[in-house]
Structures are given as structure tokens and as C-alpha cells.
Ligand binder design. Sequence first.
Ligand code: GDP
Ligand code: IMO
Ligand code: MG
Length: 423
Amino acid sequence: MKTNKIDVVLGLQWGDEGKGKVVDVLTPDYKVIARFQGGPNAGHSLVFGGDGFVLHTVPSGIFRKDSVNVIGNGVVIDPVILMDEIRAIEQKAGDITGKLLISKRAHLILPTHRMLDAASEASKGKSKIGSTLKGIGPTYMDKTGRNGLRIGDILSPEFQNRYNALKRKHFGLLSQYDFQFDITDYEKQWMQAVEDLKRFQFIESELVINKYLDEGTPILAEGAQGSMLDIDFGTYPFVTSSNTMTAGVCTGLGVAPNRVGKVIGIFKAYCTRVGSGPFPTELFDETGESLRQIGHEFGATTGRPRRCGWLDLVALKYAVMMNGVSELIMMKADVLNTFKTIKVATAYEIGGKRMDYFPFESGEEVTPVYKEFPGWESDICDVRNYADFPQQLKDYIAFIESETGCPVRIISVGPDREAIVVR
Ligand code: GDP
Ligand code: IMO
Ligand code: MG
């Protein structure tokens, strides 16, 4: 495949759609896999050879032979978490020094950023965001506030002084909270991890990526989180601190909009969310509990139980529109195997008013308007050809396609790399 465009994989819901699996499955078609935003708040699960693996900062192409994996400028990096992850990968896959490239412009998450995240959340009480507490918000705040430290700064003789100055500033901020903390141990690990990272190539990733594009090398951009967690268009303030949508590929990797090729949008056949904030189709009953148990809906990064509910087509259409999705992938269809009835929200009612679009007022009392489908009530885990799917599932997919105007090209029927149906 020769192309001068960068393809994109991203989540269309509230994260955890299965981006890790999809990127791992698609990597053989690409040479370069690049993360463009987010950081260790992400947890991307891969399952192959009877083994599972969760990636946080490293792109999900890392286990594929000959892949080049780039951590782009839009990503925020905690050296401790990244080095732990690298060591775990290397135990399984051998030395990855040559196949992991890190942007000099990617910002560093300091130990005090994590403390600021925790202090801010604690001070919010009931209105807390439900952050993963990895320091994501405070690090992006320092980036836009023009105070941040970047990967490239590690090599500067001034690095320690600049670190100390930023730490002092953070201590000042932390003193305004009623919050006890001690970073001594983590700071030691952090400094060691910074040293350990020096064996990797720190690059001008925007130049490297554009060179690959000019040469016609296939590149896949891997999103983290999901569209409904986007800082601008998600359910603010219950969002993450980066642009999780296609637009983020341009700023997070340094590629022009006209270089974006296919936009592959991923969604679960139902819906989940972890952390606080609006979730119109959330189920608080046994059905929700069944989705959680059957789908093993517990956070890959924090282990927290995920909130579960029916597929929300209002939110999905909103995400398809703003991402310019060209094709869809439906994940976890197998989780619905035993359900007698499956519901899909096609509109909302807010204050007695019906709307078929995702409104600013999504935090208010929202009553979803549902369309019901008969379930297939059979096991699809071993199906590998679309023709062999039960008619009820085909009807469900056809409805989603007609509502979103996008083809569903792949259906995932289990966590494993192999559990996939390509049309
Ligand atoms: P990501 O953050 O988007 O990469 O998704 P996560 O890894 O956080 O969560 C997805 C979870 O669903 C992981 O535990 C995957 O192993 C699992 N998974 C992915 N695809 C499927 C599928 O088609 N069926 C089932 N049952 N599980 C899946
Ligand atoms: P992946 O890439 C699901 C959620 C958190 C919280 C909010 C803000 O695995 O899909 P943050 O730590 O970013 O300040 O948290 O966003 N969140 C995610 N939810 N999947 C993720 O990543 C998430 N990353 C952050 O739960 O509600
Ligand atoms: Mg995840």
C-alpha cells in the first residue's frame, strides 16, 4: 500500500472502545503507528497468543514485527510509567530501542503534576471529574500556560534547574489546598526513569512523520480516550484535557488537514463511561450490571467499574460528524449475545423538548428515546464471515449504518486479535 495520507483510528464514545485491539489488528497494513494525544490516562488492551497486555503511552503497534512506533508531540509523558511499560514490553518482545521514537516536543508529567491532579480532585468533592490521577490536566495546563518541560529539555544542561523551578511553582500552588503529599520516592524513580529514557531517540516527530508521508509510507494515527471526552466537544467539564478528535492528529503530530486519509471510528455495540459526567443512556438496573459483567467493564488503567448503558446514536452521530469518520468498526458485539432485546437511543427529550442532536445542555435531565431490536440470542464469538451472522445482528448493523451514513467495515466478536469479522 503506497499512500501520502495518514489514516486515523479513534474512539467515538467515552473511551475504552477497543482502540488497542483495532490498532494491533490493523498494524500489519502500516509501517508507522503514532499516538497524537493523551498520556498514561489511556489503557489500551491487546490480546494475542493467549496473553493480554495493556499499553498506556506506547503505540499499540509495538508488538508487530518491523513496526515503527512514534509518541507524538501532543502526548504527555510520565517517564516512570513509560519506562515500566517499556520494561514489560521488552520482557515479552525483546529490545524495542530501535522501534520506539519519542517527540522532543512531548510534554513531561512531573511528580508534582500528579499531586496537583489529586489535590484538585479532592477539593472538588462530589463534583470531581473522576480523573485517572495521572497528572494529565495539570500537565496540559502548564503546556498551554507556557511553563511546561518537554522531552527535548531532558538533554539540556539546564534541565535540573528548570525542573526545580517548575516544582517550586507547583509547591506554591499545592500550598493553597488542604492536601498532604510526599513526592520523595516518586521523584527518585522519576529522575532515574528520565535517565533511562535517554537510550531512545528523541526526534522532531513532525519532520519524521512528514518525510514518511512524502515517501508514501503507510502511517496510522492512534487516538486515546474518545470523542465525548474531547476538551472542546465532550461533556465539559467532565472530559480529558486534550483534543481527542481527528483535528488533534494535525496538532498532535504536525500533519496538515489535507494529509488525513481514512478516519476509522470505533464504537462499542453498547456504551460505557468511567468517571463522572453525563451519560444519557446509562442503565442502573440488572441490564447494566449484565453488560458490565459479560463485557468485563472494569478500567484497564484504574480498575474502576465502568458505567454501562445502551448505544447512544445521538452522541455517535455527533462524533461521526466532527471526526469526518469514513468507516466504522463495531466492537464487543459478542457481549450482546444473550440479550433478548437490544435498545438504541435515537433522540433525547430535555425539558419536554425532543432533540436528535447532541446539545450543550447534555448535563440536564435527559430522557433517551429508544428504538428496540430483537436480540440474536446466539453465540457469535466464533463467526469469521459476515454472511454467518444472525439476521438480527445484520439488521442492527444496517440500522446503525443508515443513521450514521457510514459503513461498518469490521465487527469485533471477542478480545483476541483473531476475533474479527471483516466485510
Ligand atoms: P481502548 O482503551 O479503546 O483500547 O479499550 P480498552 O482496552 O480500555 O477496553 C476494551 C476492552 O474490551 C479490553 O478489555 C479488550 O480486551 C476488550 N475487547 C476488545 N474487543 C472486544 C470484543 O470484540 N469483545 C469482547 N468481549 N471484548 C473485547
Ligand atoms: P482510553 O484511551 C476511558 C476519563 C477519566 C475521567 C476523565 C478525565 O483507554 O480510552 P483524566 O485522567 O484524563 O484527567 O480523566 O476522562 N478518561 C478515560 N476514560 N478511557 C480512557 O482512555 C480515559 N482517559 C481518561 O475516567 O472521567
Ligand atoms: Mg482503555
